[in-house]
Design a protein around this ligand. Structure first.
Ligand code: TMP
Length: 250
């Protein structure tokens, strides 16, 4: 893959331009950060694992009719994506109370929510990615009311699809973060990544609150066995994809 200019280096990925202005190359890194990069480390093999998981999930969602930026993976830790203008929003969906929802509301961790909760955070590290109200989001012109309705509709559809998919992996999808972008036709595409870095994933075969954690919370909370948890998620995701394709080709 001919890389040209390095366009941007984020905390977990590097973005390069390619010979085609409509296509970008994302290189997934082993670097891990938490708490707005106050905590830094490495998760060995994470770049390849997250790229592989994200590619599998993007392809699964595309089949379910959700437009994503995914094109293909020239290497295990590299993804070619459609160039989009990222909307500076972190769209978080929660099915079960955990993380900042518990810290900020007092809800007990593990409480099943009556319906999926969709939240919007401003993607701005300098401001600490604050939680937005709908009116603040519109005030900042981050999206029009129509675009916001589309984002919410796609987000809930993704949640439904991913919840069902992760059930096949014996994993509970607690919550996750999505990012969207506009392509050259102003179509809204799912962008960034979906991986154990951006989701809370609990092993549904485990009841112990620490043993069940299969995502970046193992790194955030120093729970140990981070690499093996990421590897297990990858194995289960690839096995479920392979089972689905066998069923679909029967
Ligand atoms: P939170 O409970 O810390 O608000 O996180 C909610 C979800 O969003 C969780 O699955 C982790 C994910 N997330 C990110 O992907 N990036 C972030 O910067 C943060 C804070 C959370």
């Amino acid at each position: 893959m001919v890389q040209t200019e390095k366009l941007y280096e984020g905390k977990a990925k590097i973005l390069y331009s390619t010979a085609d202005p409509q296509i970008l190359l994302t290189v997934y890194k082993d670097d891990a950060t938490a708490f707005n990069a106050q905590k830094k480390g490495q998760i060995k093999g994470k770049g390849e694992i997250n790229c592989t998981i994200a590619a599998a999930l993007f392809q699964f969602l595309e089949k379910a009719g959700i437009p994503t930026h995914y094109i293909d993976c020239p290497q295990k830790n590299q993804m070619r994506v459609k160039a989009v203008t990222i909307i500076p929003l972190e769209v978080v969906v929660r099915n079960i109370a955990a993380g900042s929802l518990c810290r900020q509301t007092g809800l007990p961790e593990g409480q099943i929510l009556p319906k999926p909760l969709v939240e919007y955070y401003l993607k701005d590290d300098a401001l600490g990615d604050p939680l937005l109200t709908r009116d603040r989001l519109l005030l900042l012109n981050l999206a029009s009311p129509e675009q916001l309705a589309t984002i919410e509709e796609i987000t809930l559809k993704i949640n439904q699809q991913l919840q069902e998919f992760f059930k096949l992996c014996q994993i509970t999808l607690v919550d996750f973060k999505l990012e969207f972008g506009f392509d050259s036709q102003q179509q809204i595409l799912l962008a960034d990544e979906i991986s154990p870095d951006t989701c809370r994933l609990w092993d549904s075969t485990e009841t112990d609150p620490q043993a069940r954690v299969m995502d970046k919370d193992r790194f955030r909370k120093d729970l140990g066995q981070v690499e093996s948890a990421y590897q297990t998620v990858q194995q289960r995701v690839l096995a479920a994809i392979s089972n689905l394709s066998t069923i679909n080709s029967d």
